[in-house]
Write a new protein. Structure first.
Length: 348
């Protein structure tokens, strides 16, 4: 609002051409969004195999197919599939979309790990996110300085290597980890995410052959980026609950068919507690400690699986960045002025 009120306006020298509004396209998008709200809401607790989830996903997919067919047959579509399938916009969309999913995966995973495994307080968690935002700010500077020199593909390759490294490291995380190391790695992720998002979006959008295509091309890229990010959150939440519960049930079954005090560590725990509270109370306390440890191990197993997904997403982003690199650097941000035009403007 401040920019609209303060910044100067440039009067249009060419009358704008009004295109026919794609009402059916908007109706399809609205219907798809409404249908997707309910399965995404119920996915975390009902599971992917519930009819309340998968049936609505099938309906939404069918609506999307009808939407795509409609958009390819109208003169002025709101979703330019013919532009998005060009090499640079395609790889740029894939880079930005996968990065949005990776942001959700890493944020959900590391926050849940710190709260449920490391038992970090909210104040420390807030400070932990400072490194992420600092990395995101730094990514803007890096992208602005190096985009024209190296191009979006090469910058995406470097940033995806950071993502692969952190994802692999976190997939082997233990019950205890250095918060300082995690903070640095989270900051590296913030910078990597920012670089990939900026370079992927710019590389795809600037590939438009005509300036009139920029708005529709950018809209299409942002739509897919945001819709897949909306998918990612409940799916990752469901995955954490499912794999954590399965692992917990597996460990509990060992206690059901055998004594929980068969292992050497359990026997040592009971002996230690016996010296403190007596044999009867020691058995009760040991069971509580073992149950709590089992729950922590199950959550850790689920978070490791989530970070493995982050690692796989990093590899996929690397491949998409490689495709972007093969297509060339593309249009630069800072355009060099034609000397002849500058001479004409100086003499006016």
């Amino acid at each position: 609002m401040l920019g609209y009120a303060v910044l100067p306006r440039q009067s249009a020298t060419v009358p704008s051409q009004k295109n026919e509004f794609d009402k059916w396209g908007v109706a399809f998008l609205f219907a798809i969004s409404i249908v997707l709200v309910f399965p995404l809401k119920n996915l975390e607790y009902d599971g992917l195999y519930s009819p309340r989830v998968w049936l609505l996903f099938v309906i939404a997919f069918a609506l999307f197919i009808l939407f795509a067919v409609h958009e390819t047959n109208v003169k002025h579509p709101i979703m330019p599939f013919h532009l998005l399938l060009a090499p640079k916009p395609f790889f740029g969309t894939v880079m930005a979309t996968l990065t949005n999913m990776a942001v959700t995966c890493s944020a959900v995973g590391i926050c849940s790990y710190l709260i449920n495994v490391e038992q970090v307080h909210f104040e420390s968690l807030t400070k932990f996110f400072i490194s992420f935002f600092a990395g995101a700010v730094l990514s803007g500077l890096v992208s602005a300085w190096l985009y024209d020199k190296f191009g979006p593909g090469f910058l995406g390759l470097l940033a995806s290597l950071i993502l692969i490294y952190v994802g692999y490291t976190w997939s082997h995380i233990g019950i205890t980890a250095s918060l300082i190391t995690l903070s640095w790695q989270f900051g590296m992720l913030g910078m990597a995410f920012g670089v990939i998002l900026v370079t992927g979006s710019l590389g795809g959008t600037l590939a438009a052959k005509d300036i009139s295509q920029l708005a529709s091309l950018s809209m299409g890229m942002q739509y897919f980026r945001n819709i897949f990010a909306a998918f990612a959150s409940p799916i990752f939440g469901w995955a954490v609950l499912k794999y954590g519960a399965n692992h917990y049930a597996l460990l509990q079954s060992r206690f059901t068919y055998g004594s929980p005090f068969d292992t050497m560590e359990s026997k040592q725990l009971v002996q230690y507690l016996t010296t403190l509270v007596g044999p009867n109370q020691a058995q009760v306390m040991a069971r509580y400690v073992i149950a709590s440890e089992t729950q922590t191990q199950s959550l850790l197993f689920a978070y490791q699986g989530l970070f493995t997904i982050l690692f796989v997403l990093g590899i996929a982003i690397f491949i998409a960045s490689l495709g972007m690199t093969i297509t060339g650097k593309g249009m630069v941000i800072a355009q060099e002025e034609d000397p002849l035009i500058g001479l004409i403007q100086a003499n006016q």
